[in-house]
Design a protein. Sequence first.
Length: 111
Amino acid sequence: MAPGPRIELLWWRECPSWERTLADLREAVTAAGLDPGSIENREVDSEAAVERERFVGSPTIRIDGEDIQPPGDDESLGLSCRIYRLRDGRVSPTPDPEDVKDALERALATR
């Protein structure tokens, strides 16, 4: 059996939405038949970590190294809260659950 995809949650302590995102991500990972314990949960807490991780804000989910909603050209690196666009056009402090689900499905389809 092939290993599952690499799933990362990068977050900043001052962002109030990272814990909800972690709970939603665990739910999506479980629904995809994967182990939620395999999520790499990492705090980004310094400018050095921002640069190393290419961190565009909290929360950020990457699957196999790819951001589930790649940042726009106007998004800069830094210790900040991130804003997502939901599929219906609204803005949200957390990613659209369908984006998470689709990213997981794409990663699993390549295994």
